[in-house]
Design a protein around this ligand. Structure first.
Ligand code: 3HC
Length: 292
């Protein structure tokens, strides 16, 4: 299947960068969000990122401008979906929200279009039936920051067709990513399960008073060679995202061990989501630089 036009639903940190990755690879991209201010912020952040990549000599001014020109922004899901070949949904990690988005996509997107979700926890089987085309639904899970991280998890559910898997894997490769195929839905898939094991241990060490947040992060970087410590990573991904993923996992498994850690819950309930609110495990200034 030939892909020309891609719709990305959700203009948050993930959706906006996924849209930019697609535009850089030459696709026509629409980024849709119900919130006009999110779209404006996404446009301005992506323009800044492209400017800085030109200044660093990563790409030419002409290429950056051409990629930005391939991006369109809209608040209308129906308008965005009207003539697309592929949809990547990157809205909030709430099942009811995703269900209604996929039902609308099923009505508005052309029959041939593949409808993928970037969800890291909710397997696409949970939204597939809403679309009327469950064989064309799968997970296409990117990692934060999507402009940089190479991994994309492609997850099939019981009814995902081989053509859908094949097209999604090919699309990921065409974006310069290294897709991995996950043959069965499991909460957290592969990468988040690995990361979760480290994060949970880090939270335990901190909550038990064994070491400070920054010393645990330092150990992960200097002993294990990780680019970021687990607390820095939670701040990057968003404590709201980490919390909601954990909550969704618990709702699926009903295993109390999967509940969000109380220390994470406390920050979430205070509205301290990490870099995006300038306060999480660490504090940040307006430019996003860590100050504490
Ligand atoms: N958005 C886009 N690009 C970014 C970025 C961001 N938020 N932060 C850094 N970058 C880019 C920089 O522009 C730079 O690009 P360049 O090579 O073209 O100059 C490059 O990344 C390296 O940045 P820096 O030199 O400033 O800093 P680092 O070398 O420390 O790299 C990092 C930053 C890439 C974020 C690195 O620390 C890293 O890989 N961290 C781990 C990230 C990670 O584990 N992500 C997975 C999270 S889990 C997830 O997303 C799953 C979801 O379901 C929750």
């Amino acid at each position: 299947m030939q892909i020309n036009k891609i719709l990305v639903v959700g203009a948050g940190a993930m959706g906006s960068q996924i849209g930019m990755v697609c535009a850089l690879a030459g696709y026509q991209v629409t980024i849709q969000d119900v919130a006009a201010d999110m779209l404006a912020a996404a446009r301005s952040q992506l323009t800044d990122r492209m400017d800085s990549s030109v200044v660093k000599g990563r790409r030419s001014r002409q290429d950056a401008e051409a990629a930005l020109a391939r991006l369109t922004f809209t608040t209308s899901l129906e308008a965005g979906a009207a003539d697309v070949d592929f949809v990547i949904e990157a809205a909030t990690e709430k099942l009811e929200v995703k269900r209604s988005i996929f039902a609308a996509l099923g009505r508005a997107a052309p029959e041939h279009a593949i409808l993928a979700t970037n969800s890291s926890t909710l397997g696409s089987s949970k939204v597939a039936e809403e679309t009327g085309r469950p064989q064309q639904v799968c997970n296409m899970h990117f990692f934060n920051p999507a402009l940089v991280m190479k991994c994309v998890e492609v997850v099939r559910h019981g009814k995902t067709s081989p053509d859908t898997v094949d097209t999604t894997m090919k699309l990921a490769r065409s974006l310069g990513k290294s897709p991995v195929l996950i043959d069965r839905e499991i909460p957290g898939f592969v990468a988040n399960r690995l990361m979760g094991a480290i994060r949970d241990e880090a939270l335990r060490l901190y909550a038990d008073g064994i070491a400070s947040v920054s010393d645990i992060d330092t150990a992960a970087k200097t002993a294990l060679g990780h680019p970021m410590g687990p607390f820095e990573l939670m701040d990057l991904v968003g404590l709201d995202v980490s919390y909601l993923i954990r909550q969704a996992t618990f709702e699926e498994t009903q295993d109390p061990a999967d509940l969000p850690h109380p220390a994470l819950k406390e920050l979430y309930e205070q509205g301290n989501y990490g870099r995006k609110t300038a306060h999480g495990w660490y504090r940040y200034d307006q430019s996003g630089t860590r100050i504490q």
